[in-house]
Design a protein around this ligand. Structure first.
Ligand code: F1P
Length: 340
């Protein structure tokens, strides 16, 4: 099965990103050398929008007070002028195909306004590479499936590492090592935990987390919705009490992408969901008591493992689809590229 094979090949792809990082990002880094930009904005559609959100939050978390801020936009917000971007900004367009109409249009609009543009894509010679000033091209990621899995984690990894490089973050070398290793372990752990769950028993999925982990939760919604057609929601963890909690039943499976600052509160949320009859699973680098855990080995509190936490949700979507007799390689109503 294409999609499952591509999910399982993620450790190899992230290893290649780590090994080839300098070569992959050289053109972009040379282009920005000595440039004082007012902000750095990330733009994408669908899964690539969730990616833009997560990596923008990473930039804002790692930057020092006096350094520029980052925003994230969907392709359509920029393409159709809903959001004007400062002419001294740098805009990074993210697109697996390099052909999504709104993203290409957005980058063209920025380029025509004299804004510095960088493309991140898996397709060399795609439209986005012809519009942007410089590009990061992951030409070793050739996803055949409609739903994005390894293209998401590979582009998220290179972008999250590029952010560290741009901000002169001292953790970069270690980061390039730990992420591929951690990916291997998360994949194995996720498969084991999901095997232990009776996936047929769940019809309603909830993904909870904050900041970059909220962006990961939104990507989990996209994955599970695209593949299994099930009901799936994402919220900031403690927001779940403010209404959405009403939907918890025995058919609810909640993944909590917990962080060390709110771990105690997120642990309470997990047990509340279980008291209401649902099932909770913690996805984090720190164990929670009395509930299932998918441990993401990552020895920092900088949320840099954010895109790895999507892996259990990628697998969940595919497994649920198969249990419903659906083919995740042929998701209903979807095409690999949205061209208007
Ligand atoms: C963006 C996207 C994908 C989605 C589907 C349609 O693609 O929305 O996220 O899974 O394939 O296109 P891209 O701009 O990253 O190529």
């Amino acid at each position: 099965m294409l999609t499952l094979d591509e999910i399982n090949a993620q450790p190899d792809k992230l290893l290649t990103v780590g090994e080839r990082f300098s070569e992959l990002t050289k053109e972009a880094l040379d282009f920005l050398k000595g440039t004082d930009f007012s902000e750095i904005d990330f733009v994408g559609c669908g899964t690539s929008y969730n990616l833009a959100m997560g990596v923008s939050m990473q930039f804002n978390r790692i930057r020092k007070k006096k350094e520029p801020v980052s925003n994230f936009f969907s392709g359509s917000e920029v393409a159709f002028g809903l959001r004007d971007i400062d002419k001294d900004a740098v805009v990074v367009g993210i697109s697996r195909s390099g052909e999504s109409t709104e993203t290409v249009l957005a980058m063209r609009r920025c380029k025509e306004a004299g804004i510095k543009t960088i493309g991140i894509t898996c397709e060399s010679d795609s439209s986005i590479t012809k519009v942007c000033d410089v590009n990061v091209v992951l030409d070793f990621v050739n996803e055949k499936s409609v739903v994005m899995t390894q293209s998401f984690t590979a582009m998220a990894f290179v972008a999250s590492a590029l952010v560290r490089k741009l901000l002169g973050d001292s953790t970069l070398q270690g980061y390039l090592q730990i992420i591929p290793e951690s990916c291997e372990s998360v994949l194995e752990e996720s498969q084991k935990v999901i095997e232990r769950l009776n996936i047929k028993a769940y019809e309603h999925f909830v993904f909870l987390g904050y900041e970059e982990y909220y962006a990961a939760a939104l990507e989990g919604v996209t994955k599970v919705m695209e593949t299994s057609l099930c009901e799936v929601d994402a919220f900031q963890t403690m927001e779940y009490r403010h209404g959405p909690k009403s939907k918890v039943t025995q058919k609810t499976l909640a993944l909590i992408l917990s962080n060390s600052m709110l771990k105690e509160e997120e642990e309470k949320m997990a047990s509340e969901i279980e008291k209401l009859g649902g099932k909770a699973v913690n996805v984090s680098d720190k164990q929670m008591n009395n509930i299932l855990n998918v441990i993401v080995p990552y020895n920092s509190d900088d949320f840099g493992d954010w895109f790895l936490r999507v892996i259990p949700m990628q697998i969940l979507g595919v497994k649920k689809a198969i249990s419903k007799g659906l083919n995740p390689d042929e998701p209903k109503n979807l095409t690999k590229v949205v061209k208007l």
